[in-house]
Ligand binder design. Structure first.
Ligand code: NA7
Length: 299
């Protein structure tokens, strides 16, 4: 692929960030990368990315900077610390935040960046690691139409389904609402699974019924796969799902929206994290409910 002239910075090379950055490199964008744990940049550097000593350096001279970090404190750190992005971003650059973070921090970031003549787009993503590798993420965009159109060629390298949801704050909110649905669906699946299991129904029969009926869905198949293939690499850390549900709870508190299902699921995720499942896939909820019910998930 011929090298493009548009320079891109990338900060946050975790489960999702690393394959996203790799796709930008493959698409021919000169890429400057920074990650808190430097070794995670090694495979990208081997493919031609430039390793930067600080986030500020990763932003230096870049037309676009993509950020894919864990949570609000991480975004705050990579933007505003002494060696953060705001120290390196050039006027006219667009910062693309793909992390799932609070709408409130998005507003604060956009305001601070505006004073540096830098534009801000929030672009939280749906789907998981495999889709990130294939450049087939689903992306929700919050920001101005003008900035969205400018960034579109970059976004299209990362995602196959892109929805411009509205102004800043709307995409972050939409993402939290979606993850609330994903988390509560997973909790419902665990209860279905454990109830049927304890009453002696085989896993195969449970799945046959699920697939043939109106309850079949990608999220059910995701949960099924984690039961069928235990011990695989996590696609979405439970600690991050807990973070998202906490953010959704905070939003519902601000808006006085009752979310009893979400509240219950939050308790389950918090318990699972405290029992050591934070770095497991969030489908570890199945193991937790199974242990409470006194049944083995498999076998
Ligand atoms: P990972 O694999 O946990 O990656 C998180 C990334 O964020 C990783 O690069 C971390 O660096 C980085 N991070 C975390 N805390 C900090 C701080 N304090 N400062 C700088 N960098 C930090 O998450 P995923 O890739 O699965 O998900 C990313 C986002 O998408 C998240 O919002 C999900 O909810 C959805 P590290 O490598 O640990 O040094």
């Amino acid at each position: 692929m011929a090298k493009k002239r548009t320079k891109v910075g990338f900060v946050g090379l975790g489960l999702m960030g690393a394959p996203m950055a790799a796709n930008l490199l493959k698409a021919g964008y000169p890429l400057q990368v920074w990650n808190r744990t430097p070794d995670k940049a090694d495979p990208l550097v081997a493919e031609g990315a430039t390793r930067c000593p600080t986030a500020a350096e990763a932003a230096r001279g870049a037309d676009f900077v993509v950020v894919m970090v864990a949570d609000d404190p991480a975004l705050d750190m990579v933007l505003f610390s002494d060696e953060g992005l705001t120290r390196g971003l050039k006027r006219g650059a667009i910062l693309i935040n793909c992390s799932t973070t609070s709408p409130g921090l998005g507003f604060r970031a956009a305001t601070a960046l505006r004073s540096l003549s830098v534009r801000y787009l929030e672009c939280p993503i749906m789907r998981s690691v495999q889709a990130a590798r294939e450049g087939k993420l689903q992306m929700l965009v919050g920001g101005s139409q003008e900035d969205f159109l400018k960034a579109k060629p970059i976004l299209e390298v990362l995602a196959s389904d892109i929805h411009h949801v509205g102004e800043i704050g709307k995409a972050a909110t939409m993402k939290l609402a979606c993850n609330l649905l994903v988390a509560t669906t997973m909790q419902a699946f665990t209860e279905y699974f454990v109830l049927a299991r304890k009453s002696g129904i085989s896993f195969e029969t449970m799945m046959e019924v699920l697939h043939a009926g109106p309850l079949d869905s990608q999220i059910m198949r995701y949960a099924e796969q984690t039961v069928v293939n235990p011990g695989g690499r996590p696609s979405f850390y439970l600690k991050h799902m807990l973070k998202d549900v906490n953010l959704a709870m905070e939003l519902s508190r601000q808006l006085d929206v009752p979310v009893p299902l979400t509240a219950t699921t939050r308790q389950m995720l918090a318990a699972a994290k405290n029992l050591g499942h934070g770095d497991d896939d969030f489908s570890a909820l199945v193991d937790l409910v199974a242990s409470w019910a006194g049944v083995a998930v498999r076998g």
